[in-house]
Design a protein around this ligand. Structure first.
Ligand code: GLV
Ligand code: MN
Ligand code: MN
Length: 413
């Protein structure tokens, strides 16, 4: 089983034939196909696959897993992995590259008869994108206690299906959701390989990078409430059209964020009732904001909320704003990063350190476990899009780099 053959099998799962993008939403048939693929590949490698109580899958390397369980090496497991869920019409590499590379790296280690002294596992994390239930990195947030189990169970998708119902429908018990201090305490390091999102490595002539930090970021839901009316008869002066303050807010957000070196994006909007010949009764929109530091993020969001409030008032429209998720600034473990950089430099691979504006489970786990990330060059930088790409040779280099890192971490304290 080479990386190329793993990739060939994974590639068609959950891909929309019309757009070429992926729709791998958690707890759907596409997600089940991805989980089945992961389980099959891990078992072929001799790994034992176990679900945890939060919907993540863990594939443990044979005897090492027994060590991790009996307490002798509970403080020593080395974990790699990523996610297989996607954003709407996402690219093929975001998450998937880390999972396929983890499997291929373990295969590389097994092929050279490497015998890990520490427990070694591949984690398949659930709902990393928050595309269905709107809270990203849900699997790692639940594990670390960053979200209350009751709040998670009550999250609902756009059709009103709760996370609890979606899990129960596929035979997973949502009453078990909750923090796993025991599992976290058994991990010595988590290393997530990921396709680069952005384009920093290509101009540097580097294939692999390591993560330095993740910008703080969050999502806010804005509900503009107006009054439905007739597009052909309601005079402008008589309208309470929620689309207008929404439109002003989009433009204001862009300017406010740009002035502060932050990013603000409206990528999802639901206009109700959705008639082409009517004024909307409401507009629900989601704002994603990210900034280099938490103070700038807070100021950016406050200014956008204030601009939205002013625009709503000017049009006789109500506004409510709700924070749906928040991730503080993450700085990855410096010792682990130095060790990884040293291992790869020793193998002739210089690896620059990069900050990123993208969220990752590694970022959430970093609050509890020494964590690192490897980025594989993305020649265009495009991500969250069917155009996302990494060259096959770079993917192979990523697998090799990950295998070197895992071998180093799993071989000695
Ligand atoms: C995940 O990819 C995110 O940064 O939103
Ligand atoms: Mn993503
Ligand atoms: Mn990702």
């Amino acid at each position: 089983m080479s990386f190329a053959s793993l990739w060939r099998e994974l590639e068609p799962l959950g891909r929309d034939p019309g757009t070429g993008g992926y729709r791998r939403y958690s707890w759907t048939p596409a997600d089940a196909a991805c989980r089945a693929w992961f389980t099959r590949q891990a078992e072929q490698l001799g790994l034992a696959v176990e679900p945890d109580n939060n919907g993540n899958l863990w594939a443990w390397w044979g005897a090492a897993r027994e060590n991790a369980r009996d307490g002798a090496a509970r403080d020593g497991a080395i974990v790699t992995g990523s996610h297989l869920d996607s954003v709407p019409d996402g690219g093929g590499y975001d998450g998937a590259l880390g999972v396929a590379s983890a499997l291929a790296a373990v295969e590389e280690l097994k092929a050279r008869n490497f015998n890990p002294e520490r427990a070694l596992a591949i984690a398949l994390m659930t709902e990393e994108e928050g595309a269905r239930f709107r809270v990203p990195c849900l699997g790692s947030r639940l594990m670390t206690g960053a979200i209350e189990p009751d709040a998670a169970r009550a999250l609902s998708d756009d059709d009103g299906v709760t996370l609890a119902a979606a899990m129960a429908a596929v035979g997973c018990d949502p009453s078990l959701l909750g923090p796993r201090a025991d599992l976290l305490a058994s991990l010595a390091a988590f290393v997530e390989l990921h396709v680069e999102q952005g384009r920093a490595l290509a101009p540097m002539g580097a294939v692999i990078g390591v993560a330095e930090a993740i910008w703080p970021h969050g999502r806010w839901r804005l509900d503009f409430g107006g009054r439905a009316d007739h597009a052909g008869t309601a005079r402008f002066a008589d309208r309470n059209d929620p689309m207008l303050p929404y439109a002003s807010t989009v433009l204001a957000a862009r300017q406010i964020a740009a002035e502060r070196g932050a990013l603000a994006t409206f990528g999802k909007i639901i206009a109700s009732p959705g008639g082409a010949n009517g004024v909307s009764s409401s507009v629900r929109a989601w704002l994603d904001t990210r900034a280099p530091d938490e103070g700038t993020l807070e100021k950016t969001v406050t200014a956008i909320r204030s601009a939205a409030g002013d625009a709503a008032a000017a049009h006789g429209v109500t506004l409510t704003v709700r924070q749906e998720s928040y991730t503080p600034l993450v700085r990855f473990d410096e010792n682990l990063r130095d060790r990884i950089t040293g291992v790869l430099a020793g193998a002739g691979m210089p690896v620059p350190s990069l900050p990123t504006g993208a969220g990752h489970d590694a970022g959430v786990l970093a609050a509890r476990v020494p964590t690192a990330m490897l980025f594989v060059r993305n020649p265009t930088g495009v991500s969250h899009s069917p155009a996302e790409h990494a060259d096959p040779a770079d993917c192979e280099a990523g697998v090799h780099a990950l295998a070197l890192v895992l071998a180093d971490l799993a071989a000695r304290p």
